[in-house]
Design a protein around this ligand. Structure first.
Ligand code: KG4
Ligand code: ZN
Length: 344
C-alpha cells in the first residue's frame, strides 16, 4: 500500500441512490450509482422502500465498481462510508456493508459527513481535469435536504456562514414541481421545461430573512396561490404556460441563491466561489455562477454533472483526506441521521 495513494472503496447510501466508487489517491477509478425508481409513484422518497432497495443494490453496485476499476478486493486499503446526515434506514445499509467489509479484511474504516463529501468532490481527479479551488474558498451547497453557504478553510475545516431556515433549494424545486404536476424528483424537470420559457414572465417575491440566510417555503406557497388564482380563470393555465412557469420559478430560486451568495462572498472577502449538491446540476444556477466571473471577477468552480447529485466518488475523496490524517472509525460505529457539517 502507498500511504499517499491508498486504494479506497467508498459507499454512499444516505437517501435514494446506492453508490460505490474506487479511488487511488485522488484519482477516480470508478463511480457506480443505482437510483431507485420505486419512489416515483409516491411523489417523494419513501424511507422504508429506500432502505430495502439499498439492500438489493449494494452488492451488485460494489461488484460493478470494483470491476470497472479493475481492482481486486485484496488491493483495497480502506473503506469510506457516509455516516450521515440522511435517512437512518438507508444509512444503516451502507454503514453495515462498510463495517463488515472492513472488518472481514482487517482494513481501516473511514466515516464521512455527506455534506463535506459534496464540497470535497471538487478535488476529485478525473478525465475532466478541472481547476481546483485553493483554501479558503466558499461553497454554496444546494441539495434536496440542505442549502448552506460554507467557508472551507481546509479539507477538515468547515464553517457555515448562512443557511436555509426552512425548505432547502432542492426541496423548493421538488415541491413546486409537484404543485405543477411534474413527477418526483421535479428539479431536473423544471430545469428541462425552463429551457424554452421566459424567465421574466411571472414574478415571485423574494423572502426577507437574516443577511446570509435563505428561506424557500414562502416561494412554494406564493407559486401555489398564484396558480390557484390563474386556474380559476383558465383551467388549462399550467399546460399552456408550463415553460414560462418553470423558467420563472427557476429564475427566482437562482436569483435568491446568487444574491445572498454574493453578499456572503463580499463580507468574507473571498473571491473563489464553488457550488455543490444536486441543485448545482441546474443549468440556470451554473450559468448564473459562471456569469459572476465576468461581472464580478470571481473565480468559480462548478462540479461535473456526475458529482452533483449523490454519488460515492465524493465520499471517496473525503475519505482520502481523512486517510492521510489516520482519522479512522471504530468497527462499532453506527450511522447518524442528523449531523452538522462541523461534526466528523
Ligand atoms: O444532493 P442530492 O442528490 O441529494 C441530497 O443530498 O438531497 O440532491 C437532490 C436534489 C433534488 O431536490 C433534485 O430535484 C435536485 O437535487 N436537482 C435539481 C436538478 N438536478 C437535481 N434541481 C434543479 N435542477 C436540476 N437540474
Ligand atoms: Zn446529497
Amino acid at each position: 500500500m502507498s500511504s499517499t495513494s491508498p486504494i479506497i472503496l467508498s459507499i454512499e447510501s444516505s437517501c435514494d441512490d446506492t453508490s460505490a466508487a474506487v479511488l487511488k489517491g485522488k484519482q477516480l477509478l470508478s463511480n457506480v450509482t443505482a437510483d431507485q425508481k420505486v419512489h416515483k409513484a409516491y411523489g417523494g422518497v419513501v424511507p422504508e422502500l429506500a432502505s430495502r432497495a439499498h439492500q438489493q443494490n449494494i452488492i451488485p453496485v460494489v461488484e460493478q465498481a470494483l470491476k470497472l476499476a479493475n481492482i481486486n478486493k485484496d488491493a483495497i486499503d480502506a473503506v469510506a462510508f457516509t455516516r450521515g446526515p440522511g435517512l437512518l434506514g438507508s444509512l444503516l445499509v451502507g454503514t453495515s456493508f462498510a463495517k463488515s467489509f472492513a472488518m472481514a479484511r482487517n482494513i481501516p474504516l473511514i466515516e464521512v459527513n455527506h455534506m463535506r463529501g459534496h464540497i470535497l468532490a471538487h478535488f476529485i481527479e478525473d478525465e475532466h481535469h478541472l481547476p481546483k479551488p485553493s483554501f479558503p474558498f466558499l461553497c454554496l451547497t444546494v441539495s434536496g435536504g440542505h442549502t448552506q453557504i460554507v467557508k472551507v478553510s481546509s479539507p477538515s475545516e468547515f464553517k457555515i456562514i448562512g443557511q436555509t431556515i426552512d425548505d432547502a433549494a432542492g426541496e423548493a424545486f421538488d415541491k413546486i414541481a409537484k404543485i405543477i404536476g411534474l413527477p418526483y424528483p421535479g428539479g431536473p424537470l423544471i430545469d428541462k421545461n425552463a429551457q424554452e420559457g421566459n424567465p421574466k414572465r411571472f414574478e415571485f417575491t423574494h423572502p426577507k430573512v437574516g443577511e446570509f440566510d435563505y428561506s424557500f417555503s414562502g416561494l412554494k406557497t406564493g407559486v401555489l396561490y398564484f396558480l390557484q388564482k390563474e386556474i380559476k380563470k383558465n383551467p388549462d393555465f399550467i399546460k399552456e404556460n408550463l415553460a414560462d412557469i418553470c423558467a420563472s420559478v427557476q429564475h427566482t430560486i437562482v436569483s435568491i441563491l446568487i444574491k445572498t451568495y454574493k453578499k456572503a462572498a463580499k463580507a468574507e472577502g473571498i473571491t473563489q466561489l464553488a457550488i455543490a449538491g444536486g441543485v448545482s446540476a441546474n443549468s440556470g444556477l451554473r450559468k448564473a455562477l459562471k456569469d459572476l466571473e465576468v461581472t464580478n471577477g470571481y473565480k468559480t468552480f462548478i462540479p461535473p454533472f456526475s458529482y452533483c447529485t449523490d454519488n460515492a466518488a465524493m465520499i471517496g475523496i473525503a475519505g482520502y483526506y481523512k486517510f492521510l490524517e489516520n482519522d479512522f472509525a471504530p468497527y462499532t460505529i453506527s450511522p447518524k441521521a442528523r449531523l452538522t457539517i462541523n461534526s466528523l
